[in-house]
Design a binder for this molecule. Sequence first.
Ligand code: CA2
Length: 149
Amino acid sequence: MKLLVINGPNLNMLGIREPALYGKADYKALEALVRETCHAQGIDVDIVQSNHEGAIVDAIQSALGRYDGIVINPAAYTHTSIAILDALKAVGLPAVEVHISDISRREPFRQLSYPALACVKSIMGQGLDGYRQAILFLSSLIQNTSSST
Ligand code: CA2
């Protein structure tokens, strides 16, 4: 099984500011948690981070035929990007949306998620552990789907 983990704008700045919202761990720690979780499950993983909407759309498109599923934290593009929603719909891979903070309890403008409309699950407010939960959820979903076909 191969998963693609995509992180959107400013997530590379984790740990530098706003620890009350996003915790003290930095982006390297996030990458390490993803790699360790996947390694323990025998999953191959690639991780990409971009501050650019088009690059995120390109990454989603490039996943078709190369990955079994996508974990995505679109960051601020969550609340604006129909292009990311359309790309997720276009590839049709199982995708889980992760948010470190609980966007349902933040400002009104953060409460709408376009990508959620193309995701099998949204995990929010669990800190970095949300990525671990997303990987485990996708792994079991993909295994169950492939064993029943
Ligand atoms: O809670 C999340 O994971 C978010 O996707 C994080 C985004 C935010 O725009 C979403 O509404 C929710 C922000 C990414 C990181 O932004 C930073 C800001 C200051 C310092 C460090 C990171």
